[in-house]
Design a protein around this ligand. Structure first.
Ligand SMILES: Nc1ncnc2c1ncn2[C@@H]1O[C@H](COP(=O)(O)OP(=O)(O)OP(=O)(O)O)[C@@H](O)[C@H]1O
Length: 305
């Protein structure tokens, strides 16, 4: 049985249109399926939790139609990595689809899913932030400047309108410039695979499971879908104006040439601050003082990729 979890609010309603196209396909008529629509933030996680309890071994795949936020919720709600998952991009950013090369019209992706011929393994990340334990991130987790930019984008009143006009990237540029003037660089204790570092004037630390975030920025161009190791990007001891240059060229991946942009690989990263710092997980933001990030041991199968 194919379980669809659809976020009708993602990408200004793109998900419903994608489902309509899939439903018209001969492949859809041939298979057993159930469609669940999310009604509020957090609902996709509840649905995934219920579905894994109720259907267990009957599940052939869980197919998410929405954006990266919906995928994040589903992966945190599923009880096991044994369920094959697929993602039909219908959000505004769709970085997971970019990272896994899930491309094409929704009905074509669905055909590939059902054929079973297109699949790849994917290792998720785990994080623990203050008292929040055992959570999963799908694409990336970031602390500091990028998280504050993401928070501003999410709260902006004009995001929807600009997305509708297909110039959603302008929301990001506005938030970036606003944050550039308000952001206070952090003093952090960072422990990378047991090695302690004290970073002053730190702008951000980001860990990613593939290169993309924020709707196509190649934040860690060399990040591979791989077990064990997390690519970690650290930007510190940098001027405001150079940060602007970093983000102007981040879509090309050339920002890693700046000497203030450091990339390392690690199995475990701990970040500690004396005050609350903003972090983003797959684009959703929150505050914490301590955060520990690792890679999940067991991969799951992505169909249609
Ligand atoms: N029915 C709903 N109404 C409003 N918000 C919802 C609903 N269902 C889910 N959500 C919330 O919508 C948020 C955004 O969804 P999602 O990230 O999938 O789309 P997006 O923001 O358009 O895409 P992307 O993350 O790829 O940029 C999620 O955090 C989710 O909790």
């Amino acid at each position: 049985m194919y379980i669809f979890i659809i976020n009708p609010a993602a990408g200004n309603g793109k998900a419903k249109k994608a489902l309509t196209r899939i439903k018209r396909s001969s492949e859809f008529k041939r298979v057993d399926s159930y469609c669940f629509f999310t009604e509020y933030p957090g609902h996709a996680e509840e649905i995934a939790d219920q579905v894994s309890a109720q259907y267990k071994c009957q599940i052939e795949a869980v197919i998410i139609i929405g954006g990266d936020g919906t995928l994040y919720e589903v992966m945190n709600g599923l009880h096991s990595t044994d369920y094959p998952v697929s993602f039909i991009p219908a959000g505004s950013g769709n970085d997971f689809a970019r990272g896994c090369r899930i491309e094409g019209p929704p009905e074509v992706i669905f055909e590939r899913i059902v054929s079973g011929a297109y699949k790849q393994v994917y290792w998720l990340g785990n994080y623990q932030a203050d008292n929040i334990e055992g959570r999963i991130f799908v694409n990336s987790i970031g602390i500091g400047f990028d998280a504050e930019v993401a928070g501003k984008v999410n709260r902006s009143s004009y995001k929807k309108m600009l997305n509708k006009l297909r110039i959603g990237k302008i929301t990001y540029i506005i938030a970036l410039i606003q944050t550039l003037f308000t952001f206070k660089p952090m003093t952090l204790e960072v422990v990378i695979d047991g090695k302690h570092r004290y970073l002053q004037n730190c702008w951000m630390i980001t860990m990613a499971n593939h290169p993309y975030y924020g709707g196509g920025m190649k934040i860690i161009p060399q990040a591979e879908i791989q077990p064990e190791k997390l690519p970690v990007l650290i930007i510190h001891s940098i001027s405001k104006w150079k940060v602007l240059s970093v983000f102007l060229i981040v879509f090309t991946g050339h920002h890693t040439r700046f000497k203030e942009v450091e990339i390392v690989e690690a199995k475990k990263v701990k970040v500690k601050s004396d005050s609350k710092i903003t972090y983003q997980v797959d684009g959703q933001t929150s505050l914490c003082e301590k955060c520990t990030v690792t890679k999940q041991d067991i991969p799951f199968q992505v169909l249609g990729a």
